[in-house]
Ligand binder design. Structure first.
Ligand code: NAD
Ligand code: KPL
Length: 303
């Protein structure tokens, strides 16, 4: 069964390279012919791992061309997920399986709603990779990827295939809780690193602000039904701040590089859920507004 990958960026190329070197059939789906020509001129995906680089001549085609797709990894940003899937929707075979590898929440449900005949699995990953250049990716941090099905259903048999390809995939019986835990962590850390212009570790100098956000995010987790996540949030946030003290958060890096952030699927989603559950959440809402204003002032999208 061919693994199609839509979104040949950091994580998409990282998955593609590992699937390919394990001898599994994999194909990249690129936006258009111009992008396909650029890819072909480079000869494949380059993965840099522990300072060693390897070229993987993975076949590629445009999203609009080619045969039916039974298995797809969607590895674009959350704000690109719906249009990206729309570009290949006509190619999806009945019963196709998709892995939606987006951060935050909201984009997965929006994609799944368009594809009632497909099985949409959601993924949450702590692996780290970044793009040095087009189709050239650096594997920057070992991690774990959890996969699960919001609608229930069994663990797919191909999970073993992923592990065989050294993609550390684990089945999660409650992927929504996993995604919420990561979302809450990202909401407590990432926006503050942007607004204070600091590394994660420097948030230790703003304990009251972090604690206030953890309290409100805890209320939200509690109201969403994730009691354990609510209780553990502040400790988790403090541990991540300490463990990643020298790092700049992903949102900090997006903004510093003039790239669109995933704010709508992190803080935006938290505030929308707060509305739905009729929670006041004044600190979260004020943070959301401050961040939106900060982004607008830099000419970046605020949603
Ligand atoms: P990225 O920006 O490096 O790659 C996304 C790719 O998707 C880009 O190459 C873009 O051109 C492509 N794309 C977008 N729309 C497309 C379309 N319509 N057709 C074809 N290609 C399209 O993003 P990333 O860093 O790999 O992140 C993907 C998701 O994974 C994000 O939600 C991110 O938050 C999450 N994530 C990333 C990391 C990481 O270390 N990079 C870690 C954990 C989670
Ligand atoms: O996930 C992260 C990110 O930067 O996006 C960490 C470093 C864990 C902090 O939110």
């Amino acid at each position: 069964m061919t693994w199609y990958i839509l979104g040949a960026g950091s994580l998409g190329c990282l998955w593609a390279a590992r699937l390919s070197r394990a001898g599994l059939p994999v194909r990249l789906l690129l936006r258009d012919r111009q992008r396909l020509n650029a890819y072909r001129s480079l000869g494949g995906v380059t993965l840099v791992e522990s300072g060693q680089e390897s070229l993987y001549p993975i076949p590629a085609e445009t999203a609009a061309q080619g045969g039916p797709i039974q298995r797809l990894l969607l590895a674009c940003k959350a704000y690109d997920a719906e249009p990206a899937v729309a570009s290949i929707a006509a190619r999806l075979a009945p019963g196709a399986e998709l892995i939606l590898l987006q951060n935050g929440l909201g984009s997965q449900q929006a994609v799944a709603a368009h594809l009632p005949r497909a099985r949409c699995l959601y993924a949450s990953s702590t692996e780290g990779a970044f793009r040095e250049a087009d189709f050239r990716v650096v594997f920057a941090g070992q991690g774990q990827t959890w996969l699960g099905d919001e609608l229930g259903g069994p663990e797919p048999e191909w999970l073993a295939e992923l592990r065989g390809a050294q993609i550390p995939a684990q089945w999660s019986g409650d992927i929504i809780e996993r995604l919420w835990r990561k979302l809450a962590l990202n909401c407590a850390i990432n926006p503050l690193t942007v607004l204070h212009q600091c590394r994660n570790g420097e948030l230790a100098a703003h304990p009251a602000e972090v604690a206030g956000l953890c309290d409100e995010l805890g209320q939200l987790l509690h109201a969403t039904g994730f009691e354990a996540a609510a209780r553990e949030l502040q400790g988790d946030v403090e541990r991540v701040i300490a463990a990643t003290a020298a790092n700049f958060s992903s949102m900090y890096q997006d903004v510093a590089n003039g790239r669109r952030s995933e704010i709508a699927y992190l803080l935006g989603h938290a505030c929308r859920e707060g509305d739905r559950l009729q929670l006041a959440l004044p600190q979260l809402r004020a943070l959301h507004e401050r961040l939106r204003e900060y982004l607008r002032a830099r000419g970046l999208p605020d949603t």
